[in-house]
Write a protein that binds this ligand. Structure first.
Ligand code: XIL
Length: 384
């Protein structure tokens, strides 16, 4: 490796390790070590300046992948939120704004304004958009949940919904989660309003209609609990394989990756599982990663959490066709975890005050060291 790049890498990696180790020491030594605290602050400030010059999105770009987060329109008035979002990420997923309940609350009304606000922030900052989600069993309006229609009417409702929503953003949404969580934990098709009223072909139809509305968009099947090979991921594998065999326009599978530090995924097993999907010619996106911790989180747990983030990013970078690494939020100030998993939290890579956590540095350092290794300077200096 080019020696000056090598020493930059060594310096920065050292700084990261020192910042983390000294944070632990300061914690252990307690209040009396004010001088040490000042040095740690100095190191953290230096590190933060470096990461602001080379934020995650720049380093992800050098590694040929997208890095992203979900975004909620309700936080767009928070300046620190928008500043961190647009600095660090190259792709955003709409957290709730394109779900049926919000975008299509009654038969003849569509509400696009909240999604539009997210998408215009993304476009103003050269970020891609993942649209989430067209067909799901949750967050449905009551006219759908309590709907009493004939099968053909259900089909035309879903068709009109997909053509309208996808059509409105034609050319502007990079990837759609067309069908979300259609498989249950045993590996059977989930018993949803769509399965009951249309039958299993609703999945294929949804992909075909989405493709009709925007032939340029990447179309994904998205689910949780499919990180490793198991009954559910086997069922998803068989489902998408069959769709491909029948010529259905599907381009990828989203691994949500909502995981717990109590039981983190095994990176080797995740890699094996991703491989069988990419071997089908599909892309894989990590779509909703968070790593929840039982509160209060200790420094030791935050460091183990950083390791889980690092491992999954590395798996994605090492997989031929894993093209995006997206987290379900970026600041612990706003995360769905404390509501969905009471007693858990601290699941994201920035704390409530937008300060980077060890997990942020782990992602940063992984992308940075690989970017340096991949840098053209390396080939220029070989053989000299
Ligand atoms: C969550 C949102 O983050 C919450 O704000 C909302 O109340 C419930 O849904 N899997 C998904 C996401 O595909 O849409 C979910 O988002 C999290 C789990």
């Amino acid at each position: 490796m080019n020696s000056s790049l090598g020493s930059v890498l060594g310096f920065v990696s050292g700084l990261i390790i020192m910042a983390i180790v000294s944070a632990i020491m300061v914690e252990d030594l307690g209040e009396e070590k004010e001088s040490l605290r000042k040095e740690v602050d100095f190191m953290r400030n230096t590190l933060n300046r470096i990461t602001k010059i080379a934020p995650l999105r720049l380093l992800a770009d050098k590694n040929g992948i997208q890095i992203g987060t979900c975004v909620s329109s309700s936080h767009l008035a928070d300046r620190d939120y928008v500043e961190t979002l647009t600095r660090e990420f190259s792709v955003v997923t709409t957290e709730n704004e394109l779900k049926f309940e919000i975008v299509h609350p009654s038969p003849n009304s569509y509400v696009f304004e909240p999604a539009d606000r997210i998408i215009s922030v993304a476009e103003a900052h050269g970020m891609k958009v993942r649209g989430h989600t067209l067909v799901w069993h949750a967050q449905l309006p009551s006219w759908i949940v309590n709907g009493n229609f004939a099968k053909e009417e259900w089909k035309s409702i879903l068709r009109e919904h997909i053509l309208t929503v996808v059509g409105r953003y034609r050319g502007r949404i990079w990837a759609w989660d067309v069908v979300n969580e259609a498989v249950d934990d045993t590996g059977s098709l989930r018993d949803t309003v769509w399965l009951k009223n249309i039958g299993p072909e609703y999945i294929e139809l949804a992909f075909r209609w989405a493709h009709e509305a925007d032939p340029g968009a990447l179309l994904f099947y998205n689910d949780y609990g499919i990180e490793e090979v198991n009954a559910k991921s086997n069922a998803v594998y068989n489902l998408v394989k069959e769709l491909l065999e029948r010529g259905v326009p599907i381009h990828g599978v989203g691994f949500q990756m909502h995981v717990s530090l109590d039981n983190p995924p095994n990176p080797k097993k995740v890699a094996e599982n991703i491989k069988r999907f990419t071997d089908l010619g599909l892309q894989v996106h990590i779509t909703e990663m968070d790593v929840r911790i039982r509160l209060p989180a200790t420094i030791d747990e935050l460091i183990r959490q950083a390791q889980v983030y690092r491992e999954i990013l590395e798996v994605c970078l090492n997989s031929e066709n894993c093209t995006a690494f997206v987290m379900w939020g970026f600041t612990d100030k706003y995360s769905w975890i404390p509501y969905a998993f009471p007693g858990y939290g601290a699941a994201l890579i920035f704390d409530e005050n937008y300060l980077p956590k060890p997990a942020y540095y782990a992602l940063w350092e992984t992308l940075f060291s690989r970017a340096i290794r991949n840098s053209p300077a390396r080939t220029e200096t070989t053989g000299s």
